[in-house]
Design a protein around this ligand. Structure first.
Ligand SMILES: Cc1cc2nc3c(=O)[nH]c(=O)nc-3n(C[C@H](O)[C@H](O)[C@H](O)COP(=O)(O)O)c2cc1C
Length: 332
């Protein structure tokens, strides 16, 4: 079974975001809570991705740390494992693990422009290294076999837009899907996304590999905006990343905004699930970066956020919330 053939048209995907979209955050986005059922207003995306997982790290003494990113529960399915690295043989090892672990697919990161990875020649640097990019895709496809779909997440080019050459090259591998972040690598996330390149990408797809699903990514902040791109360009899916920071209910239909009580219930759920999942593995302070997602856009939000940022433990944060939102804390 190829999961991309089972998804609705169009389908919506939560983007992989390192140190953000871990197993806990993905579960929060599904809205399902063990203690309070489905939290009002939430809706699951059609597909999740893991944070990017380093294949070379997985095949080293650092395996245990790297494996945190591969933790998941059945509610997060369908879930694609995203991987990156340099050595094709390590991609083979990790893909075999991903297959056994029950992920719905494997995605290769060829788009991350961070200096620490491109300096090594990995991720977006592969846009200018067809030889190694091809060896990696071939290794992953061979290890994945027929039942685990292989996709690539990439950009329009490295320094300049290079759609014709680079996307044609990728499509030559008959990928199950490809997500295109509609910027070059050097543009990072700064310049506006170039949606018009989708016309060329879809033409190339139709000519070279009609089965490959095309997923657009970059600056998409709502379902409605994604649906317009689908209508205009004939793409198959839409990936939303930072849009989730503005609205954790972004995957819901007709929900441009969320009520503060819904947001607080999600935050309470997040704090409790973080403690339950990561105690002994991840410490408390990095949890604070999520507070702005839930505590924003309503009266008293800035004041509440300041109090939450001053806390030093899960329990303290729940106590601060209980002072203002007793019912949300008690229910979940
Ligand atoms: C904090 C953060 C971490 C990211 N980590 C990853 C990652 O692990 N893998 C990846 O392919 N892209 C990663 N990205 C890029 C996003 O997946 C996405 O391509 C980018 O944010 C553009 O989409 P957006 O405008 O909807 O946010 C990351 C982005 C952010 C903001």
């Amino acid at each position: 079974m190829n999961i991309y053939d089972e998804l609705p048209h169009p389908f919506f995907v939560l983007a992989p975001m390192d140190d953000v979209t871990d197993t806990v955050f993905r579960r929060i986005i599904t809205g399902a809570s063990e203690s309070c059922g489905i939290i009002a207003g939430t809706a699951k995306p059609d597909l999740f991705f893991t944070e990017f997982v380093n294949a070379d790290g997985f095949c080293s003494v650092g395996r245990e740390k790297v494996s945190q990113k591969l933790k998941f529960t059945p509610e997060e399915q369908p879930l694609i494992a995203q991987i990156w690295g340099l050595k094709p043989e390590n991609f083979t090892t990790l893909t075999k693990y991903i297959k056994r672990a029950g992920f719905a697919g494997v995605d290769i990161n060829m788009g991350c422009p961070e200096k620490t990875v491109v300096r090594k020649g990995a991720c977006a640097a592969l846009i200018n290294n067809e030889q190694l990019a091809g060896e990696i895709i071939t290794a992953v496809q061979k290890a994945a076999g027929k039942n685990l779909p292989v996709s690539v997440k990439t950009r329009l080019g490295y320094k300049t837009v290079d759609t014709e050459r680079w996307i044609s090259f990728l499509l030559g591998f008959k990928l199950a899907a490809s997500t295109i972040h509609l910027r070059t690598a050097v543009q990072m996330s700064k310049a506006p996304a170039q949606y018009d390149e989708l016309t060329k990408i879809v033409e190339l797809r139709d000519k070279i590999s009609p089965e490959t699903k095309i997923i657009a990514n970059g600056d998409i902040l709502s379902r409605e905006q994604g649906e317009e791109l689908v209508k205009k360009y004939g793409i198959d899916g839409v990936m939303i990343g930072r849009g989730i920071f503005h609205n954790p209910l972004v995957f819901s239909m007709n929900r441009a905004t969320s009520k503060n009580t819904e947001l607080i219930s999600l935050l309470v759920h997040h704090i409790k699930l973080h403690e339950k999942t990561w105690t002994g593995e991840k410490c408390y302070p990095p949890l604070k970066k999520y507070f702005k997602i839930y505590v924003s856009g309503f009266d008293g939000a800035a004041d509440l956020r300041e109090k939450l940022m001053a806390t030093n433990s899960h329990q303290e944060a729940l106590e601060v919330l209980a002072l203002n939102y007793r019912n949300s804390v008690r229910q979940c």
